[in-house]
Design a protein around this ligand. Sequence first.
Ligand SMILES: Cc1cc2nc3c(=O)[nH]c(=O)nc-3n(C[C@H](O)[C@H](O)[C@H](O)COP(=O)(O)OP(=O)(O)OC[C@H]3O[C@@H](n4cnc5c(N)ncnc54)[C@H](O)[C@@H]3O)c2cc1C
Length: 591
Amino acid sequence: MSKTENSSGFSRRGFLTAGAGAVAVTAMGGWTPVHALPLRAAGSLDSGSAGGGPTLPAPPDFPTDIDLAQQAYQNWSKEIMLDSVWTATPKNSGDVVRLTNWAHSVGYTLRPRGAMHGWTPLTVVNGASVDKVILVDTTVHLNGVVVNGAGSPATVTAGPGATLDAITTALQDKGLGWANLPAPGVLTIAGCLAVDAHGAALPADGQSTQPGHTYGSLSNLITSLTAVVWNGTAYAERSFSRNDPKIKPLLTNLGRTFITSVTLQAGPNFRMRCQSYTDIKWQDMFAPKGASGRTFESYVKANGGVEAIWYPFTEKPWLKVWSVAPTKPASSKEVTGPYNYPFSDNLPEAVTDLLGQMNSGAPGIAPLFGKTMYTTTVAGLAATNATDIWGWSKDIQFYIKATTLRLTEGGGAVITSRENIGQVIHDFAVWFNERIEFYKSKGQYPLNGPVEIRCCGLDQQADVKVPTAGAPTISAMRPRPDHPEWDTAIWLNVLGVPGTPGMFAFYREMEQWMRSHYTGDAYTFRPEWSKGWAFGPELPYTDGAIISGALPQSYRDGLPGGDNWDTAVAAFNEFDPHKVYSNSFMDQLLP
Ligand SMILES: Cc1cc2nc3c(=O)[nH]c(=O)nc-3n(C[C@H](O)[C@H](O)[C@H](O)COP(=O)(O)OP(=O)(O)OC[C@H]3O[C@@H](n4cnc5c(N)ncnc54)[C@H](O)[C@@H]3O)c2cc1C
């Protein structure tokens, strides 16, 4: 948050005065854009015009047939909010090319925009001027989905703004699916590919990866893509197939390019089961490697995918256990659509009331908040008969809706071998518990959201069923050739209520601990691109030593010199030498 902003992280002034009724206040005290203010709707196109006109300078010579409007922007946690930014809505990829050449000619930058369900400054930077920035909304028109079920492998070709919901629904209609899906289906495919999105999927012991699937990132499913790149004289569309080494940096690209179309492989759809447990003490669940009992590790071995949600200051995390189940187990409830935990997507008033109190100067409510979240979960699972559900892969894997709590999130990925899952989680849980109890003893509650622990596989070359040049260059799930035994990514995340005093300092302490602890011959640590990282004492994404040092180094260590962080940066600059697709933060991260 910049020093000039208020405690909720934004100023409403500009947009509210620009268009009465342009925002709707939600139950949580936030707002969502309702009406956009089109470029040519108001009398004056001048900067700061009074009387309801646009508040930003009108972009010069903007292509007349591409829709452009001033709109609000907000990221997921509402920690990056802009009252008003020019937002274009191209009708096709040709419009994106024209926009890019226009932006280049007048010194503007473009930021591709999907569902805005993220935390990072990879779209817009809090506090930075947006006078010469155009967001490009891909969700309205660039959202086509075509499945080629007869291909070998079967594929789906999607526009960048197609949602995971839309793509997996189309795949399911043809008997196809994906084994490793992020939790919300509302995300756009290009937004996901920018940050190597993933789910909580692993094979059980002895289970093989079915052809067409991957337990790594969605980026590892790409067979080809089209992006807008500089061809020496102008920006133009160019297609890359997976066996072209040049595609590798584009597979996970942090938004430093503009994808206009992508084709991804898919595998046969399958039935899954998800069982929930809320009766295992965290000390047992997160016991060290090799411990007996109902450990996280044991559930992975027997079933595959596992996620623990550990509410603050509670004893028993909510454990979800996913398994492949071709026929419905007698005790399971069949579900025919996704989002089967409505109690966590639509929180009762008791929970949101506590949130409000924490935000308004009573951070000590955190333990009560944690307990209330836990009891809400236990009661919700029982009331909806959702402790054991069974259905198609997407219906079991998607479980977060946009109505869930808008929390901030930080952490990262430990890359290691499967046999270390228990130890990694144990070390973190013990450290985390000790630290929050320490702060509690001082009357401080810097962290008040749940811990979220998941695992998935890596971007294995063997999973790709077309000729391939290899894994995405800067995916956190990229395998390390010097450690072929590393096959697992363990995602350690903690959530918090935006605005909590001391929260980012705590995240910083946690990140530093993870970086120093998960190192050596057994582990390496990488950021989760979509979440919080490079925590400074007061804000995320501000630790220059991590942004320019440790983080790039994590994509040099153990990787070939001709295919690492530096070659990715060089490729982004080759494809976009004029930095049309960048912003001030990306200029620092990817110079
Ligand atoms: C509640 C919640 C739960 C989540 N759960 C998961 C999860 O389970 N697993 C997981 O991996 N992630 C998860 N995420 C993170 C999510 O995957 C990322 O934030 C993702 O980038 C969001 O996609 P989006 O459509 O909202 O993209 P946006 O936030 O709009 O954009 C994200 C980035 O993608 C870039 N981008 C968008 N379109 C293009 C394009 N056409 N070409 C190039 N770059 C483009 C943007 O410029 C930006 O840099 C979650 C996020 C939230 C809020």
